[in-house]
Structures are given as C-alpha cells and as structure tokens.
Design a protein around this ligand. Structure first.
Ligand code: NAP
Ligand code: COA
Length: 273
C-alpha cells in the first residue's frame, strides 16, 4: 500500500469512522491503521463491521467494530461514548456512511428520497454533533465524505445531490462554529473510485464505466488509496490551517464533460478546429 507519509504518523491517535464496513471508508481505515491509529468502526450490519475490524486486527492494526445506524442519534452517541471509554478521547472523525440508488425523481417515493437524505446528511449531522463531547480538542479533525453530486446536478440522483449539497454547507457552518475550540471540519469529494459499491450502482456495465471515464479530465477512476491519502493529509498537522474546505480528489469530475463529443474535435492535439 503506497503511503506518502511516514508509517507512524497517526501513532496514538484515536479515529472514529462511520460507514467503515466496506469501500472507500474501509480503505481509509486500513490506511490509518497502517499509520498507527487505533480505530473505532461503525456500520449497520454487525457481521460486516465485525469482519472489517477483524481484517485490520489480523493485519497487525488495532480496531473495534460496532453496529450503529447513523440515522439513530442515540446509537451513534453510544458508539462514540464506548470509543472514548475504551480507546480515549477521539482525535479524528470520518463521517462516510451513505446510501444511493439510481432513480428518477418521479420513480422515487417520498420515503426513498428521505432515506438517502437521512443516511447521508442527517447521519453526518448526527455523527458530528454527537462526537463533539468526546473529542480530544483543540487539535481534532472532522472529515465528511461528500461527492461531486453536491455541486454537479446529475440525472436520477436528486436525493444524493440534495443530501451531499447539504453536507458541504454543514461542514462550512460547523467549521465556523467549532474553529474557536480548535476543531477543524472539512470534507473530501471523491470522484469515481474503482471497486466500490457506489460505482457498481452508478456504472454497472463496462460500457457505462468507459463512458464515465471518457468524460473525466484524467480519463480513469481513482482508487481507495487516493482518498485515504487525502484523508491522512487532512488529519495531520500538515493541514492545521485548513478548515471549512471541500477537498476534491476526483480526476477533474467538477470541471464538466471533458470528452468534447459534442464539439468539432481539433485536427491535432492543441490545435483549434
Ligand atoms: P459502500 O462500500 O457501500 O460504503 C457505505 C458504508 O456505509 C458501508 O460501510 C455501509 O455498511 C455503511 N452504511 C450505509 N448505511 C448506513 C447507516 N444508515 N448507518 C451506518 N452505516 C451505514 O460505498 P462506497 O462507494 O465506498 O461509498 C463510501 C462513501 O464515499 C459514501 O459517502 C459515498 O457517497 C462516497 N462517494 C463514493 C464514490 C465512489 O466512487 N464510490 C464517489 C463519491 C463519493 P452497512 O451496510 O454495514 O451499514
Ligand atoms: N428505486 C426507487 N426507490 C428505491 C430504490 C430504487 N432502486 N431502492 C430503495 N428505494 C426506496 C424503497 O422503495 C423505500 O421507499 P418506500 O418505503 O416508499 O417503498 C425507501 O427507498 C427505503 O428503502 P429501504 O430498503 O427500506 O431502505 P434501507 O434503509 O434498508 O436501505 C438504501 C437504504 C435504499 C439506500 C440501500 O440501498 C442501502 O442500504 N444502501 C447502502 C449501500 C450503498 O448505497 N452504497 C453506495 C454508497 S454511495
């Protein structure tokens, strides 16, 4: 696993990650364990989160796994309290639990829309609001996992676009309110990341995957380490003056469609048509 930082950069740090049983957030957990952090991992499914923690412990890291639904404030608070009691005050919190499905607004019930907003946006409020009392502050770093849908409207993603846009603004408001206490609050906006449930839902066929890549400036999916390295940077003193920021790690997703299909292509690279 590549790591631009020295291996023990998070030694002694206590890290709480919501939505850590798979994908990008488990990738962050594995990376942080390698950097010496002690981890508390949360997701809904007790078996999936226990397996995630076990995989980190088997690899020589340190993790406890707890089942909690981020929509349930009391359950989130209990998991945070257990983290503080067993591991100590919490230095780093990652809020990455999310739900997604592809559906037009007219094919989505009110409860379908609400479900995604509840997991992504209300869940992030719950995690951040509840964690404050358990933080090792000043010096704590909070990171939400948002998405390009927060600023790029996308067909059949009304629920995710609304939820992630809310997360971006929540991060900025909390950064203002909690900066005086020495708590930094940022978000990472990943682009399409290979081997994740998110992309399996958004681009389930090789043809759709190719179309996604063709529209990106960097022409390829990112990988979980790209996001983990960004999270690691935001979690150290290297980022001590960064708060209220949405960090794009997205291959240029927010630049717009870089495929130029709709335009007359230049005759040679760099020449106008
Ligand atoms: P994933 O593997 O499905 O991860 C989602 C995690 O959230 C799982 O651990 C899931 O575990 C947990 N979860 C879902 N609902 C929950 C709830 N109500 N309470 C607690 N935990 C819950 O998906 P992923 O693709 O890696 O996405 C991870 C994050 O990156 C998300 O915030 C997503 O929006 C963001 N993102 C992903 C991409 C991408 O390319 N994949 C791009 C941009 C942003 P349980 O089922 O056990 O609860
Ligand atoms: N199209 C339209 N509506 C859908 C849908 C789809 N593909 N999938 C679910 N819904 C609706 C359901 O019909 C239900 O609405 P209803 O009560 O009016 O019928 C509502 O969404 C909630 O569904 P439910 O299955 O009860 O929710 P849940 O809380 O058990 O699961 C989901 C949440 C739906 C987001 C589920 O896909 C999930 O658990 N996702 C986590 C993993 C994930 O999405 N990873 C990618 C992260 S980017």
């Amino acid at each position: 696993m590549s790591n631009a930082f020295k291996d023990d950069v998070l030694a002694g740090k206590v890290v709480f990650i919501a939505g850590a049983s798979s994908g990008i957030n488990l990738g962050i957990a594995r990376h942080f364990a390698k950097a010496g952090a002690r981890l508390a991992l949360v997701s809904r499914d007790p078996e999936r989160i226990a397996a995630a923690a076990a995989s980190i412990n088997d690899a020589g890291g340190s993790a406890i796994g707890m089942a909690a639904d981020v929509r349930d404030y009391a359950a989130v608070e209990a998991a945070l309290a257990r983290t503080r009691n067993e591991l100590g005050p919490i230095d780093i919190v990652i809020s990455g639990a999310a739900g997604n499905f592809v559906a037009p607004a007219l094919g989505m019930s009110a409860n379908g829309f609400k479900t995604v907003v509840d997991i992504d946006l209300i869940g992030t409020f719950n995690v951040f609001r509840a964690c404050f009392a358990f933080l090792n502050a000043p010096g704590a770093s909070l990171i939400a996992i948002t998405a390009p849908q927060a600023v790029n409207a996308m067909m059949f993603q009304a629920h995710v676009c609304a939820a992630k846009a809310g997360i971006n603004m929540l991060v900025k408001c909390l950064a203002m309110e909690w900066g005086p206490a020495g708590v930094r609050v940022n978000a990472i906006s990943p682009g399409p990341i290979a081997g994740t449930e998110g992309m399996a839902r958004l681009a389930p066929t090789p043809e759709m995957e190719a179309r996604f890549k063709a529209r990106l400036a960097l022409r390829d999916y990112g990988d979980k380490d790209d996001i983990a390295n960004t999270a690691l940077f935001l979690s150290t003193d290297n980022a001590r003056y960064i708060t209220g920021t949405i960090v794009d790690c997205d291959g240029g997703s927010k630049l717009g469609d870089a495929s130029a299909d709709a335009l007359h292509p230049p005759k040679a690279p760099g020449k106008a048509a």
